[in-house]
Every structure is written in structure tokens, then in C-alpha cells.
Design a protein around this ligand. Structure first.
Ligand code: ADP
Ligand code: ZN
Length: 605
């Protein structure tokens, strides 16, 4: 089939009229043009990079149906809702549908009434589906979440391996694979398995410039979570915890303080999990407290903060989980609460792993996370480094290190007190006992060992135990002291400790400056130029979404509402200038939003 080449005007017209955007995001145009030239594509783009547009736009310009293979049923529905909201003729075929619904989709396919068809990989492996495909005018094939093809990826799906057949089934059609996760090793593996034909390979930067990374000392975890949630009133956020119990406890704690929060973990029934997730997606609750199992199946673009209250398993996981924030490109905050004391808990699980290589892999991953959280290098630089990318700037201006929200304090004298207590007790005791000595606790163990007669007994009693525990964590992280293995670990000195004791070395540790912190949080939440109008627009969005049974962010993204609030469009033409408002959305929602803005503006006069 020979089709005339697609003109530049057609490309940009579609971008503007259907999607409501005047410009491409980085790399989108190259991918779009390659597909239009019938070339295979392999694109690694971060979450929020705008992958959908890369294939939806060519799907509209190439005659026929674009088949998208997508691993998660929930995501499929979201993608279809999102595409339809822009007036794209899209549908999915999967096991969640009734026979009748599937028949309707089949009829639409044969009547050439669809531009986009989403299917699960399982379906693609079915013979009768392949026969159906042969009778349909397919224009291109897309593999979404392509890392599922790789055994090195974090969510490998065996049925994805069948996708290597795509290039033989469609010898003349472009095949485009997209993923947001790919270390170089995963990338090579995907390319090998899919056998793409001299594809355009695009590797976008993994930097998520709108995310603020922030690592804080974890001391009173629940109070810290509550404070963070409180500083983001009414905004959507995820709190990640490792155990089901802590998920339940934290969710209950937040609810008791009046926040709208729900739990999500594998211990809940399918129905509960589903309804909690739905409530979050529809902006009915603001916070989901979850184990890492949460987030895979959602495209919610207006998540404004992610809190890791426990240590993530790997940098990869951390990047994925924080990556769920700010998909719409608006500012979002990622906070990791880190305590040295969390490490043994994770190690405990790792030690129980039966497989030697798996265990070694997990240990290596843990060490990298600990280094990420514990060192004083720009967080963004460290994350990008992990993906083999070097960050080109000295200061990212958007992480706790670069913002200087951490202050270095000299604590040499205090460190000497601890070290001296260890020396005087012959390095035979653990952290708790050493802290008891320094703070002058009068417990039985202290008296039994006669440690109340030591010179260091009580020298640090003006500070609380938490302070001393934290300082021990720091000394461990700075490799001044080490902890023995075993059930009752004791602390012993490393060479640096002797230099510290002699005063030849000093030690500075970072201290969180809560005041400055508050300022950055405000700065990011004050992103809206007209918060009052934004809130009204948001309420209208929610009302429309409920009426139509779709998630609010599919009506308009937070970015679009912000843009609308600051431009205050008064007519259809200026409404079209708002990013994310295309012709179909203007027609569907324009009048209601214009009326609201009009009323708001006349009230203000
Ligand atoms: P991904 O699948 O890569 O995570 P999406 O396709 O969901 O990303 O897009 C993320 C957000 O970016 C969506 O809200 C989308 O509307 C928006 N977006 C995509 N392309 C553009 C563009 N060219 N200009 C402005 N916003 C865009
Ligand atoms: Zn930084």
C-alpha cells in the first residue's frame, strides 16, 4: 500500500488540534518522524516524558490501526480513556471485558472505526487473534513497557517473549518499543529479544527536572510523615512503607489526624485494593500508604509528592517509585526518610534469601541505596550516574544537597565522648549501652559493670538519647567505627577513630535545617500563579470526571489547570492557547471552564 508522505503541517496541526500542544517534548519529534518513515524505534524515555504521544500521533496520520501491546489491564483502560478524551478512536481487548464488549470492539475493528487498539501480550500469542490480525489493516505495532521483555528488568513477563515474532508477522510495518526503565544492560537485552530492524534508538535523559529530591534523617517517622502530608494540603501523595503492618498503622495514623488516606498492600482483598486505588485515582482520597506493590498500574499524572518512609530496595526501585510523582511536569517532591538503623532490617530479609547470586545482587543494590542516602553528593547526580548518565551541572537546585538545606555541624567533641566510652569499655558493647553510658543512665547493666564510675559516664546528658544514636549512625556511615556481625553487634574503632580522639581529624555531620526546608516546600507548592482560581478549576474538573466516570487527570492535567489559572482565558481562542486543550476538549469542556473563569474574574472586579 502506497501512501503519500505526511507533511510537516499535518504533524504540527495534529499536535495542536488533537493534543493541544504547540511543541514537542525532547525526542518526541524524532520518534514520530521515524515511525512515519516506517522505521522501527526503540525509545527509552523517563516517566512523564510523553511516550504515548510518540505513537498516538503517527497512529492518527497513518491509515489503518495502530496495535499497542501493553502489560497491564488497568493501564490499558487509562490509556484508552486518555486517548478518547482527545477524540482519538481507541479501544482495548482484554480479559476484563464481557463477550459482548469484545464483539463490539471487533465490529469496530472490521468497520475501520478505530485508530488505536490496546491488547495484552497473552492475547497476542493466541492463534485465532493472529488470524484476526492478518485480516485487519494494521498500520504499526507498539510495545509499551518494553522492559517486560527483559529478564534483567524488574518486572519480566514471560509472555512478552512471544513479541519477538512481531517483526516476522509485520515485515513491512514499523514496530516501536517504549520503556521508562532501562539500564544499558536491559536496553541491549530488549533490542536482542525483539530483533528490531536497524531501529532508531532514542535514549532520553533520565533526569526528571520537576522532581525535588530530599533525604532526611528518620527519627520519629510517623510525626515526620504527618508533617510532610500536612505541608501538602489537599494534594495527591504516596507514602511507601515496607511491611503491611506499617502500611496499616501509618494509614490509620493519618486518618486519625483527619487526612484522607487509604492503605494498599498484598494482604488486602482484591476488591479492597481495587477500590482504594480507584479512590486515589479519582481524587477521592489524597494519600495512599502502600508497599512497593502500588503504582505499577496507574497513570495518575497529578501525584505531587512521594514519601519513602523506609529504605527502598534498590536505586532502580527508588527511581521508579519517585518517578510516579509529577508525570504532568509540574513540581513534585520526593522525600526519603533514612536511618542507619533501617539497614539491618533489610539485611535480615536479604540474609534469608536461599539463592547465593540473588543474595549478592540484593546486597549490592542495598549498598548503593545506602550510599545514595548517606553521602553528600547531589541526589540527582547520583541517580543519573546509576543509569550511566553524567549530570552536566554543578548544582541541580532541586535536591537537599544542592539547595543547602542541610547544614554541616562540627561534632568532633561529641564524637570523642562516644569513642572514649567505647575505648574505656574495651569495645565490647553495643550502641544502646554506649549511649546509656554517655547520657548517664542509671540502669542495672550500667551498675553491674560499674560503668557509672567511668570518666565518660554522663558527659553527654544535656542531649537526648536520640541525638547520640544518630551520631553513632553517622560515625558508622563515615567509617569511623564499625559494627560486629551477629545477634548482639558491638561497636569497635577504625583507624579514623584514633585520629579523631587525638584531635588530628575533625568530623562534621549534616543537620537538617527544618526552617529552610519549609521554604522550599512552600516554593514548590506555590507553583500555581492563581491558587484560588486553580482550586475552583480543580473542583470543576472533579465534578466533570465523576459525571463521566473517568479520572480527573484525564479531563485535564494539573499543568493544564495551572496554565488555565494563570492565563484566565475568556474565549474559545485563548482557551486553545492553554497547554493541553485541543479541539475535542475545548468542545467538551470549554464552555463550563470558560463560564467558571468568567464568573471568577467578574467577582474579582
Ligand atoms: P509517559 O507515558 O512517558 O510517562 P505520558 O505519555 O503519560 O508520559 O505523558 C505525560 C504527560 O505529558 C501527559 O500529561 C501528557 O499530556 C504530557 N505531554 C506529552 N507530550 C507533551 C508535549 N509535547 N507538550 C506538553 N505536554 C505533553
Ligand atoms: Zn542536586
Amino acid at each position: 500500500m502506497n501512501t503519500p508522505p505526511v507533511t510537516d503541517a499535518a504533524i504540527f496541526d495534529t499536535l495542536r488540534k488533537v493534543f493541544g500542544f504547540r511543541e514537542f517534548r525532547p525526542n518526541q519529534e524524532r520518534v514520530v518522524r521515524a515511525i512515519l518513515d516506517k522505521r522501527d524505534v526503540f525509545a527509552v524515555m523517563p516517566t512523564g516524558g510523553g511516550k504515548s504521544l510518540c505513537y498516538q500521533l503517527p497512529a492518527l496520520l497513518l491509515p489503518g490501526i495502530c496495535m499497542v501491546i501493553s502489560p497491564l489491564i488497568a493501564l490499558m483502560k487509562d490509556q484508552v480513556d486518555g486517548a478518547r478524551a482527545n477524540g482519538i478512536r481507541a479501544a482495548f481487548l482484554n480479559s476484563s471485558q464481557s463477550g459482548e464488549e469484545r464483539d463490539q470492539v471487533m465490529r469496530d475493528l472490521y468497520a475501520h472505526n478505530l485508530d488505536l487498539l490496546y491488547v495484552a501480550p497473552e492475547r497476542f500469542t493466541l492463534d485465532h487473534f493472529r488470524q484476526t490480525l492478518a485480516r485487519l489493516p494494521i498500520s504499526m505495532a507498539v510495545i509499551d513497557e518494553a522492559h517486560c521483555v527483559s529478564e534483567w528488568g524488574h518486572d519480566f513477563r514471560p509472555d512478552y517473549l512471544s513479541l519477538s515474532a512481531l517483526v516476522t508477522i509485520f515485515p513491512d510495518l514499523p514496530v516501536a518499543a517504549f520503556t521508562a526503565t532501562a539500564t544499558n544492560r536491559v536496553q541491549q537485552d530488549i533490542l536482542d529479544k525483539l530483533a528490531l530492524r536497524t531501529p532508531l534508538v532514542v535514549r532520553a535523559s533520565f533526569d526528571r527536572p520537576n522532581l525535588l529530591y530530599d533525604v532526611r534523617f528518620k527519627d520519629s517517622v510517623e510525626a515526620q510523615i504527618a508533617a510532610l502530608v500536612k505541608s501538602n494540603p489537599g494534594k495527591a501523595g504516596i507514602v511507601y512503607r515496607t511491611s503491611r503492618k506499617s502500611v496499616n498503622d501509618t494509614a490509620a495514623m493519618l486518618r486519625s489526624k483527619g487526612f484522607r488516606a487509604l492503605p494498599y498492600h498484598a494482604g488486602l482483598s482484591d476488591a479492597d485494593r481495587k477500590s482504594n486505588q480507584e479512590a486515589f485515582i479519582r481524587d477521592e482520597v489524597d494519600i495512599i500508604v502502600a508497599t512497593i506493590a502500588f503504582g505499577m498500574g496507574i497513570d495518575k499524572s497529578n501525584i505531587r509528592y512521594v514519601i519513602h518512609a523506609d529504605l527502598p530496595k534498590s536505586i532502580e526501585n527508588y527511581y521508579q517509585e519517585t518517578g510516579r510523582a509529577g508525570r504532568d511536569g509540574e513540581p513534585a517532591q520526593c522525600t526519603l526518610l533514612f536511618a542507619q538503623g533501617d539497614i539491618p532490617k533489610v539485611r535480615f530479609f536479604i540474609d534469608a534469601m536461599p539463592d547465593d547470586t540473588e543474595r549478592a545482587k540484593a546486597l549490592g543494590a542495598l549498598a548503593k541505596v545506602v550510599a545514595f542516602a548517606g553521602n553528600s553528593v547531589c541526589r540527582r547526580r547520583t541517580l543519573l550516574d546509576y543509569f550511566g548518565e553524567s549530570y552536566p551541572h554543578d548544582n541541580c537546585n532541586s535536591c537537599d544537597i544542592c539547595l543547602g538545606t542541610r547544614d554541616l555541624v562540627d561534632c568532633t567533641r561529641e564524637a570523642q565522648m562516644l569513642l572514649s566510652a567505647m575505648v574505656r569499655t574495651e569495645e565490647r558493647f553495643g550502641a544502646t549501652h554506649i549511649v546509656d553510658i554517655v547520657t548517664g543512665s542509671a540502669n542495672k547493666k550500667i551498675r553491674d559493670f560499674g560503668h557509672d564510675r567511668l570518666k565518660t559516664y554522663g558527659v553527654g546528658k544535656e542531649r537526648d538519647k536520640k541525638y547520640w544514636r544518630q551520631l553513632i549512625d553517622e560515625l558508622l556511615a563515615h567509617k569511623v567505627i564499625e559494627k560486629s556481625e551477629g545477634l548482639y553487634p558491638t561497636l569497635y574503632l577504625l583507624p579514623k577513630a584514633l585520629q579523631l580522639l587525638k584531635g588530628e581529624e575533625r568530623i562534621e555531620i549534616v543537620r537538617v535545617l527544618e526552617k529552610k526546608k519549609a521554604k522550599t516546600a512552600e516554593a514548590s507548592s506555590a507553583a500555581s500563579a492563581n491558587p484560588e482560581l486553580f482550586e475552583l478549576l480543580r473542583a470543576l474538573r472533579k465534578q466533570i470526571a465523576d459525571e463521566q466516570g473517568i479520572p480527573p487527570y484525564i479531563v485535564f492535567s494539573d499543568r493544564t489547570l495551572n496554565d488555565m489559572a494563570s492565563l484566565s482565558p475568556r474565549d474559545a481562542e485563548s482557551m486553545l492557547a492553554v497547554s493541553g486543550v485541543g479541539e475535542v476538549k475545548l468542545e467538551r469542556y470549554g464552555r463550563q471552564f470558560l463560564r467558571l473563569i468568567d464568573r471568577f474574574c467578574s467577582d474579582k472586579r
